[in-house]
Design a binder for this molecule. Structure first.
Ligand code: GLU
Length: 340
């Protein structure tokens, strides 16, 4: 196992085994876009002899699709991926499926409640949308703290709200909560969370923790040292860092890579063509052609080249990854037989 030196600031370093993860959500089929981010996450860990964890992030019930979790694992294996721990192979941090780990999230929420870091909130999404004074970056809604201090008794006793409904739980963001971190690809990032999102929701009800809390609890519990994922989550990272701090946990190193987009600059969607890995496989496209395309998109291969994931290890160099998003255009559609 490879050990790395990790900077702690103030000149201190620790030696630390590299542990990365693949964290698909079974909300749809694996496609060329998420496959590319997973390839980079796999290469980053494997190129340093680290340990790779597979974690199924299935908390978003309304959007989960039946069979999508198993299908994602099958597609990834077909592409040449392997992992050392996961729902199908076990490991020291079982279970590796978030819906089976809810007790951990409930306990983390309790800790945050005890330290006064969260408060109950009865605002609906519609209320929050109606209260927006200025457009905010991405799809992040700014919350001005309407319910802060409103249900102090409930927060202390955790009883039933006067309205008789279960509240959501919001993280209390201190004024001018500027968070900075060095992203492994995007460089220095600074965001004042009190101005960008304000207090944010961690759980829809006392038992219903969502992505933001679960991902922090799990990455910490599973000893993850690096998170490499699509840059659609770059803006969410400072909120996650606030949670690490509030829970007294050490954050991993973060690296965010450009997404695959279509000609219109938007992330891949059905209207851009069927880019599902399973569709390509059924059409007789080989995994080497798919990996070859992903490598070409990264700037690490020739157009039309055929490569295995292991072949790509020798070319992996994050510093030379193309900075522009990879584009699914008609050249690629023709190359891969992707119909619109
Ligand atoms: N499960 C999330 C997704 O598929 C990824 C979460 C993460 O990498 O932090 O979008």
């Amino acid at each position: 196992m490879t050990v790395e030196r990790v900077e702690l600031g103030l000149g201190a370093t620790v030696r630390c085994a590299v542990r990365g993860r693949l964290a698909p959500s079974p909300t749809g089929a694996l496609h060329l876009g998420n496959a590319r981010s997973f390839v980079l996450a796999w290469l980053s860990v494997r190129s340093r002899g680290g340990t790779l964890v597979m974690r199924m992030e299935d908390l978003d019930h309304p959007k989960n699709k039946a069979g999508a979790a198993e299908a994602a694992l099958e597609d990834l294996r077909w592409l040449g991926f392997d992992w050392d721990e996961g729902p199908d192979v076990g490991g020291p941090h079982m279970p590796y499926t978030q819906s089976e780990r809810k007790g951990l999230y409930v306990r983390a929420l309790e800790r945050l409640r005890e330290s006064g870091s969260v408060y109950p909130c009865v605002c609906t999404r519609r209320d929050v949308e109606a209260g927006q004074s200025a457009p905010h970056e991405g799809d992040v809604l700014f919350y001005p703290g309407v319910c802060r201090g409103r249900f102090a008794d409930y927060a202390a006793a955790c009883g039933v709200l006067p309205e008789g409904r279960l509240p959501a739980w919001r993280f209390r963001v201190e004024e001018r909560a500027a968070i900075s971190f060095d992203d492994g690809f995007c460089g220095r990032q600074t965001q004042d969370v009190s101005a960008s999102s304000g207090d944010f929701v961690l759980a829809r009800d006392p038992q219903g923790a969502g992505y933001m809390l679960a991902v922090v609890v799990d990455d910490a519990a599973m000893g993850i040292t690096e998170v490499l994922r699509g840059d659609d989550l770059l803006q969410a990272t400072p909120r996650q860092m606030l949670l690490y701090r509030a829970l007294g946990l050490a954050p991993p190193a973060f690296t965010h890579v450009p997404l695959v987009v279509s000609e219109d600059g938007r992330r891949l969607a059905k209207r851009h063509g069927d880019t599902r890995i399973s569709t390509l496989r059924k059409a007789g496209v080989s995994p080497q052609r798919v990996i070859g395309l992903l490598a070409w998109w990264c700037g690490w291969g020739e157009r039309g080249e055929e490569l295995s994931l292991r072949d790509l290890l020798a070319r992996y160099d994050l510093g030379s990854l193309r900075r522009e998003p990879a584009v699914l255009d008609d050249v690629v559609r023709d190359m891969m037989g992707i119909a619109r």
